[in-house]
Structures are given as structure tokens and as C-alpha cells.
Design a protein around this ligand. Structure first.
Ligand SMILES: C[S@@+](CC[C@H](N)C(=O)[O-])C[C@H]1O[C@@H](n2cnc3c(N)ncnc32)[C@H](O)[C@@H]1O
Length: 260
């Protein structure tokens, strides 16, 4: 059975709705981590959405492509001067086997997968897509993010020529948040996000043959703590001792760039 495109009815509004989002931060970190890669590399932005990151990276000459489950999101991204190279694909069954050097999966895209088994399948697919020594950079939101900013909340915001109303509920028993997003009086959509623990994610990485280089609070790139709302993970496929030194350099550069 085909998976429904939950973003279909809001895809064309996605970029204005997200215009406040700091893509510059992901761009900076994604490029800082490229020092772990060979000079010529293939980059896959998994769950690229409208291709905000992919487009920026293609602009600086990267061989970047994006995949996403939502055809509507990919279509909405085909505007502007730089057209991302994209295809419809499911994180849980990626059409790549070993030809990719670098996978990014950002803006909590992995949280849109709703079971631990399927999250594990997606991480396995990242490993299958990557060459040995390849790099994976992804993020996930924490329960604190959902309970602080979404649970039981309803608000309307103005996004230029339209308004967006959000209402959200978090179910602790299933670690799943359900958010209704409505543009003006349109049909809107319901998106669901699942919170995964660090232990679940680290076990999935280890079982898929990754070596974790680090996990960080996204705001500071210091170790995650109680107040962390987003965690970023960096891992390599297989054991790559040579990567550690270059990773330390990248980490220093990222920490120096982020506000203290
Ligand atoms: C919050 S958006 C982030 C998009 C993009 N990474 C960005 O930074 O703007 C989450 C994206 O994950 C995609 N997605 C959700 N489940 C997916 C799956 N199983 N396979 C591929 N993409 C998926 C959605 O279609 C959506 O575009």
C-alpha cells in the first residue's frame, strides 16, 4: 500500500511557514563536516523536503541530491534559480547501495517515522547507501521540545499573505505528537512525530555498523543535557580511526561559530 503524502496540502506553503528557520546553521555544520570526506564526494539529503539545504549545497558546487516521501514537497522546491536534483523515496527503503559518501537527514525528519523498528530500518538504509567510511549527520527532537513548544498548544501565526494555525497534542504513552496545521481555512494536514531516546538511536546506529563520532545539543554543540530540545548525531560507516582528528577540528570550528 502506498504511504500517504501527509505534507500534500501544505507543501506549497512550507517555505514561507519555515522562513524563520535557521537553515544557515545546518548549512554551516554540514559543510564543516565535509572535511571528513574525500575531495570528490556524493551527498544525499534524505527527507530533503523542498530542498532548502540541497539547493544551498548545489550552489557551492556539491554533487548533492535529495529524496523525500512527499512528491508535493519536492515539487514545491522546484522553483528559484537552483533546481535541486530530487526523487521520491522512502527513508525506510532507499534506492541507493554504497555509492554515497555523505548522508544528511535534518530538521527532525527521522522523527516522522513512527516506530522504533522503522527508525532502525531507516538508519540501516543510511548505512546501506553509504560507502565504507562515509559520514551520516542527522538530528532528532527531544521530548522536551515537544512538551515545551507543542503539547496542548494552539496558536495562529501570520506568514505573509496567509495565516497558519497549529494545534498539537503529545501522547507520552506512545511518545508521539500529533499536530494539526491549517493554512487559512484550507483542509490542513495532520503530521505525527515520534520521539526516540538516545539509547534507541545509538543502538540503531551500532547495529547498522556505524561508529558514533558524537552527539550534541544542536544549539551549542556541547553534550546534550536536560534542557536540550534537539540532538544532532554524527557517525561514520564502519570504524574510521583517521576520521577522529578531522572530526575534532570540525567540532572546534562548529563550536566556535555557534553562539556561546
Ligand atoms: C520537517 S520536514 C524537513 C524537510 C527538510 N529536511 C528541511 O530541512 O526542510 C520533514 C520531511 O520528512 C519527510 N518524510 C517524512 N517521512 C518520510 C519517509 N519515511 N521517507 C522520506 N521522507 C519522509 C516529509 O515528507 C518532509 O518533507
Amino acid at each position: 500500500m502506498a504511504t500517504p503524502d501527509t505534507f500534500r496540502d501544505i507543501a506549497r506553503y512550507y517555505d514561507p511557514i519555515m522562513s524563520h528557520v535557521n537553515y544557515e546553521r545546518w548549512y554551516f555544520i554540514a559543510t564543516a563536516l565535509a572535511r571528513l570526506l574525500p575531495p570528490e564526494f556524493v551527498h544525499l539529503d534524505a527527507a530533503c523536503g523542498t530542498g532548502n539545504l540541497t539547493k544551498r549545497l548545489r550552489k557551492i558546487g556539491w554533487n548533492s541530491m535529495g529524496v523525500d516521501l512527499s512528491e508535493a514537497m519536492l515539487r514545491a522546491g522546484q522553483k528559484g534559480a537552483v533546481h535541486p536534483v530530487t526523487a521520491v523515496a522512502d527513508l525506510r527503503a532507499l534506492p541507493f547501495r554504497g555509492g554515497v559518501h555523505y548522508v544528511t537527514c535534518l530538521f527532525d525528519s527521522l522523527n516522522f517515522i513512527l516506530t522504533v523498528e522503522e527508525m532502525r530500518a531507516a538508519i540501516h538504509e543510511f548505512g546501506a547507501a553509504l560507502k565504507d567510511g562515509g559520514v551520516l549527520y542527522f538530528d532528532t527532537v527531544t521530548e522536551r521540545m515537544i512538551t515545551q513548544h507543542f503539547h496542548g498548544q494552539r496558536w495562529t501565526e501570520k506568514n505573509g499573505r496567509f495565516s497558519t494555525t497549529w494545534s498539537s497534542h503529545y501522547d507520552r504513552a506512545t511518545s508521539t505528537a500529533e499536530t494539526h496545521i491549517q493554512v487559512d481555512r484550507g483542509p490542513g494536514c495532520i503530521v505525527r512525530e515520534r520521539v526516540f531516546s538516545t539509547q534507541e538511536l545509538m543502538a540503531a546506529l551500532a547495529d547498522a555498523g556505524f561508529t558514533l563520532l558524537g552527539q550534541f545539543d544542536a544549539e551549542t554543540w556541547r553534550p546534550p543535557g536536560r534542557r536540550t530540545t534537539r540532538v544532532e548525531y554524527v557517525a561514520t560507516k564502519g570504524a574510521t580511526p583517521h576520521a577522529s582528528r578531522r572530526f575534532l577540528e570540525a567540532k572546534r570550528e562548529i563550536q566556535g561559530w555557534l553562539p556561546a
